[in-house]
Each structure stands twice: as C-alpha cells, then as structure tokens.
Ligand binder design. Structure first.
Ligand code: CMP
Length: 136
C-alpha cells in the first residue's frame, strides 16, 4: 500500500560547491517528488552535531559534523507516495562506490563523506529532521 509521505533531503556541501543543486532538484522532480519547502543555509558545527546526534558514538561523527557545516547546503522537504523509501532508493547506497547506476550518489558522490545528499531513513526520523530545519 502506498501513502503520501514527506521526507527531509539535504544537498550536501560537495554538491552545492560543484553547483549541482538545480540538477539534483530536477532529478527529484522528474521522479515525481514535490519540493514543498527549501532553503539554502550554512549551519554551525554544533547544529550539525545535534542533527547527526544519532551517530554520536560513531568514529566518523566529528568529521561528519565538520563536513556538514563546512559550506552551504540546501535543505528540502520532499513529498510523494512512499517518499522516505523512494528517496533512499533514488539516492543509492551511502558509499557511492556501492551505489547502483541511476542513483544520485553513483552519479555525483565523491566518497562516503562527500556523498552529495542526505535523506531521512524512516518516517519517524523524517518528522524529526523536517522539524529540525523547518520548525516555525
Ligand atoms: P548520511 O546519509 O548523511 O548519514 C550519515 C553520514 O555519515 C552518511 O551519509 C555518510 O556521509 C557519513 N559516513 C561517514 N562514514 C560513514 C560510515 N562508515 N558509515 C556510514 N556513514 C558514514
């Protein structure tokens, strides 16, 4: 069964730096995602630490938070049937080396850190992540 969902997508600093944001947004739109909200921002490291708190015990946490706060990012609320899963499929594997042809990370990702996009991993986390960036 499919149902309309919202998910949070981030175009990460490596992709914004390479001026890929419009190309990546077109990919989402062509796959039927509506971009309900979007903004281009740069966050502080302490905000990145809050956003990625779920990873705080991981060895890559510090580098990950430094990286996400290292340059402008584009945060978006995407909407579609089954948006969470469909976005994850469209992004591809976390490590671009493992991502399948046709996925965003295969096409644009440089490394497991500079993997161009982030997407929520569950409906529950999507709500938390959307609130994090777009709470009025
Ligand atoms: P993202 O989907 O934004 O969620 C957490 C990020 O941590 C992930 O993408 C990767 O860019 C980054 N990362 C770095 N090293 C690893 C790792 N070994 N396993 C998973 N994620 C990693």
């Amino acid at each position: 069964m499919s149902k309309i969902e919202q998910t949070l997508s981030i175009i990460k600093p490596d992709a914004v730096e390479r001026k890929l944001e419009n190309e990546i947004k077109e990919i989402f739109k062509n796959k039927g995602f509506s971009i309900l909200k979007e903004k281009k921002i740069q966050i502080e490291k302490n905000e990145a630490e809050k956003f990625y708190k779920v990873h705080e015990t991981k060895p890559f946490y510090n580098d990950l938070c430094s990286y996400l706060s290292s340059g402008p990012i584009v945060v978006m609320v995407l909407e579609k049937n089954n948006a969470v899963l469909e976005n994850r499929e469209l992004m591809g594997a976390t490590n671009p080396e493992d991502a399948q042809d046709g996925t965003i990370r295969k096409k644009y990702g440089i490394s497991i850190d500079k993997n161009s996009v982030h997407g929520s991993d569950s409906v529950e986390n999507a709500k938390i992540e959307i609130d994090f960036f777009f709470k009025d």
